[in-house]
Design a protein around this ligand. Structure first.
Ligand SMILES: [Fe+2]
Length: 136
């Protein structure tokens, strides 16, 4: 733990550092295919992304969080999936427990190509999960 004060601020800021050996919990980070330590959780939480190129630089983006493997129950469900292009937030889909599968289709139009498209989904029990692809 490190504590320091900013020059022109009265607040003291505390920064917690974690060693490389520390395993992060699901709610301590945005989980990805590369950094998740729980294969079973990874399998049912990562957004599965597919795109179809349309005319006029538009793409049809299909998001299926967990590829049909995640439950949609009142106490355990995918709450939302947020979309970013080149780290710029562009929108999100929200899902209701019990009556909705965490699946949606959107039309996106990146300003420049290639573009990084990322989707972060949130499970109420297992935190944030991110997948990304490149639009070309
Ligand atoms: Fe979950």
């Amino acid at each position: 733990m490190i504590q320091f004060s900013c020059k022109n601020m009265r607040e003291q800021v505390t920064v917690y550092t974690i060693s490389k050996e520390t395993k992060m919990g699901l709610f301590d980070q945005i989980n990805t295919a590369a950094n998740s330590h729980e294969d079973a959780a990874k399998e049912k939480h990562l957004p599965v992304l597919s795109v179809k190129k349309l005319a006029d630089k538009r793409y049809e983006l299909h998001i299926d969080v967990g590829g049909g493997k995640h439950p949609s129950e009142i106490d355990h469900f995918i709450q939302w999936a947020g979309v970013r292009i080149n780290d710029c937030y562009i929108g999100r889909a929200e899902f209701a427990a019990g009556i909705m599968a965490p699946v949606c289709t959107m039309i996106v139009t990146p300003e420049t190509l290639p573009a990084n498209l990322s989707v972060v989904a949130r499970c109420n029990k297992h935190g944030l999960w991110k997948s990304e692809i490149t639009l070309e």
